[in-house]
Design a protein around this ligand. Structure first.
Ligand SMILES: Nc1ncnc2c1ncn2[C@@H]1O[C@H](COP(=O)(O)OP(=O)(O)OP(=O)(O)O)[C@@H](O)[C@H]1O
Ligand SMILES: [Mg+2]
Length: 336
């Protein structure tokens, strides 16, 4: 199924574009920080993709990173950003850079944590250059403590001509809820920071998405679909995919996965693993994950882009109801 065009979220999109124009005009000297929070599948990444497409003129640099390796390792966000980049010109000592990039051949002497943090900030500054840049920190809730600290530092760093877009599921979905909650609070405390909490889509937006696929449908049908999916765009997209090629009535007749059934206990909601149906590609990605591959290795093995790997991993975590790559790998092992 081709992706449905983005529906709703106009206010959020408008605000993000406005923040960007402030950054471009040089009106904000520390970075402009926007934290986009919300439940799994509510549309955080989609909003980020839409805003990146809407920025004109394009940012001088986009630093995009998600939690990347099998077991979240220090500076995972920055390692993801550095992956595949030519780093020769960066004004950072090569051994420090090797640490930050999680190079397996990094020298064995470690840097003191404070020194490594300063190098990490310097690296980001060099990549941003004169800017204006966009820093995308996807899935903050799944990042390692060093990355969380780095994002907090960057949010407060003076003279960083950048828009920092952070997405996160609620802290209670994180491996370290307190640390994530503290980081989100730290980000909200940055001057001029904005927090966008995405709730489910409303009935009109759900109806619009259903219409994109099925043409005009009766209002009561769209309303019932909204209720069935709780207005969660991910579940809506899944339901539309599961019923593709059938008439709109199938949207009501198709049995819902266990976790979505009315009265499902919250734990059951997180446990889609009972009924997780992975696509062939997601299964491939999952077995690479279970083999301990990094996103870069997976991209090479499967011959797809690193960004696409990131999307598959994120979908996997959602479908398997797991909160981290480690948990997903364990899930894969448990289920053979
Ligand atoms: N406003 C929208 N209009 C149309 N489709 C949407 C919208 N928001 C999200 N979607 C679709 O719903 C699915 C889930 O969205 P997305 O991946 O952005 O969720 P998320 O909040 O980032 O989830 P996660 O917490 O798992 O990362 C995607 O297929 C996306 O294209
Ligand atoms: Mg996402």
């Amino acid at each position: 199924m081709t992706p449905v065009p983005m529906v709703g979220r106009a206010a959020e999109l408008g605000e993000l574009v406005r923040r960007w124009s402030h950054v471009r005009s040089g009106a904000v000297t520390p970075a402009a920080v926007v934290s986009i929070t919300g439940d799994a599948g509510v549309g955080k990444s989609r909003l980020v993709t839409s805003v990146l497409a809407a920025l004109a003129p394009e940012p001088a640099a986009v630093l995009y990173g998600v939690a990347r390796v099998h077991t979240p390792a220090p500076y995972d966000w920055l390692a993801a950003v550095l992956s595949g980049r030519d780093t020769h010109d960066l004004p950072v000592p090569a051994d420090g850079l090797a640490w930050l990039a999680q190079d397996p051949h990094a020298p064995s002497e470690r840097y003191a944590p404070g020194a490594l943090l300063r190098l990490a900030v310097r690296t980001v500054r060099a990549l941003v250059g004169a800017g204006p840049a966009v820093l995308v920190v996807e899935d903050l809730h799944a990042l390692d403590p060093a990355s969380l600290n780095l994002v907090g530092e960057l949010a407060a760093a003076p003279d960083l001509p950048a828009l920092i877009l952070v997405t996160s599921r609620p802290p209670d979905a994180a491996d370290s809820p307190e640390l994530v909650a503290r980081t989100l609070a730290r980000l909200s405390g940055a001057p001029g920071a904005v927090r966008q909490h995405l709730g489910p889509l409303g009935p009109a937006d759900v109806a619009e998405i259903v219409r994109q696929v099925h043409g005009a449908v009766p209002e009561h049908l769209a309303g019932a679909v909204c209720e069935r999916t709780g207005g969660n765009p991910y579940w809506l997209v899944e339901l539309l995919a599961a019923t593709a090629g059938r008439g709109p009535q199938a949207l009501l007749d198709e049995p819902l996965p266990g976790h979505l059934r009315p009265g499902a206990a919250p734990a059951e909601r997180d446990c889609f693993e009972q009924s997780a149906e992975l696509t062939a590609r997601e299964r491939e990605v999952l077995s690479c994950l279970a083999a301990g591959m990094s996103n870069k290795q997976m991209a090479r093995t499967l011959d797809i882009s690193i960004r696409t790997v990131g999307v598959h991993v994120s979908n996997l975590l959602r479908k398997t109801g797991t909160a981290s790559r480690t948990e997903a790998a364990l899930w894969a092992v448990r289920r053979g």
